[in-house]
Design a binder for this molecule. Sequence first.
Ligand SMILES: [Ca+2]
Ligand SMILES: [Ca+2]
Length: 228
Amino acid sequence: MGRWGEWRTLPPSPHPPISPYPRAGFTLLEILVVIVIIGILASLALVGVTYAIKTSKISNTQAMLSTMQGALDNYHTRWRDYPPSTLADYKVKVPNNTNNGVESLVASLSSKQKGGILYQPPTQEMYANADGDDLPKNPTESYLAESGAYALLEYTDFFGNPLVYLHHNDYARAPAPLTTYLGAAGGQEQSFKPLKGAGSSWAMPDKYQLVSPGPDGILGTEDDLRQF
Ligand SMILES: [Ca+2]
Ligand SMILES: [Ca+2]
């Protein structure tokens, strides 16, 4: 028997023949596995994006508080004091008992009477009026007033909630009209409790306390942001 004859008598291969054409389509199981993997990756990406947005709002709010601190130092250099905790100190009758400190802060840092605009937030949207109050006339010659009437605006943090401001004269008595707070989403009024520093003394004892309720919008929780 010749050489080619020997080749033809070889036993059949144990491996099945390989098709020259690719298999058409995927099995249902393969498709399900891919869908699950895509779902996991998408939810991880969403968590990452949400976390990055929150982190950036926190750091922007902290930067904003420190810029405001500089503006308040300029105000103090000029007037030897920080803005009062309420516009009642400007001899005006304030219309309600909410967000009074930050309303006085906005008026004080943006008025002709107090030396011009000492602070402006990064965007116009960061002026709010969460408690919807206004005065019939402009009490401090604020540049933010329009046609005589004066909306009692508040500075907001990067989460859209008004800040809290309290002059050091008012830490100890901290009456409700100076410490009652209403967030941007409305809802329940909250109460700001002046913060203690080391030992039993007040934080920022001879200055002021300037606080953002942080990502959760609730005062007195761990995520509050402040300038000290
Ligand atoms: Ca108010
Ligand atoms: Ca207001």
